[in-house]
Design a binder for this molecule. Structure first.
Ligand SMILES: Nc1nc2c(ncn2[C@@H]2O[C@H](COP(=O)(O)OP(=O)(O)OP(=O)(O)O)[C@@H](O)[C@H]2O)c(=O)[nH]1
Ligand SMILES: [Zn+2]
Length: 185
């Protein structure tokens, strides 16, 4: 697979007018192929595998918030990175999820070709699925290189997307508590 992707990169370099055999580029197709595979390794993971059974019984029913999980993803329109952070909250209902697993869930979906809105929803639905929580809220804030280094070339804009499930959708005060916690830095 790496070799196949590398061959395509070789052709892209050629089409761009480069000489893929010149010293500096000789290993580039293979490096680029490996990098692209790394950036898309989320396709090879499953929720069950990354959660690895780390769901624990607990009587807590208060909001849990995991803030500022950094993420690197790839815009599926331009194959350029978007970079930002994710905040996840949930209202446990008998079960809590191992702390690191929130970051693993973010990475599994971020390391695929994405648009930010779909990434946000996939993270929220995955957390709901593994915890069976009363509600899940996810906010993603990111900057898109496709808007910064090409196209409209806006350096300072960022995008915020959110998905509220269950109690976060139905109950205004729960949603408010979440937003206050996320914004209170
Ligand atoms: N909603 C959303 N749009 C995105 C995301 N990433 C990239 N885009 C947008 O996808 C759109 C693709 O628009 P097109 O007109 O088909 O492509 P383009 O000619 O390269 O567009 P420009 O970026 O405006 O130059 C652009 O508006 C991008 O800003 C994302 O995560 N979410
Ligand atoms: Zn893009």
């Amino acid at each position: 697979m790496t070799e196949e992707i590398a061959n395509h990169y070789r052709q892209i370099l050629q089409a761009l007018g480069e000489d893929p055999e010149r010293e500096g580029l000789r290993d580039t197709p293979k490096r680029a192929a490996k990098a692209m595979q790394f950036l898309n390794r989320g396709y090879l993971q499953s929720l069950e595998e990354i959660v690895n059974g780390a769901v624990f019984e607990s009587e807590t029913d208060e909001m849990v918030l995991v803030k500022d999980i950094e993420l690197y993803s790839m815009c599926e329109h331009h194959l350029l990175p978007f970079i930002g952070k994710c905040h996840i909250a949930y209202l446990p209902s008998g079960k809590v999820l191992g702390l690191s697993k929130f970051a693993r869930i973010v990475d599994m979906y971020a390391r695929r070709m994405q648009i930010q809105e779909n990434l946000t929803r996939q993270i929220a639905e995955a957390v709901l699925q593994v915890t069976n929580a009363r509600g899940v809220a996810v906010v993603v804030e990111a900057k898109h290189l496709c808007m910064m280094m090409r196209g409209v070339e806006k350096q300072n804009s960022s995008m915020t997307s959110s998905v509220m499930l269950g109690a976060f959708r139905d109950n205004i005060s729960t949603r408010q508590e979440f937003l206050t916690l996320v914004n209170g830095r």
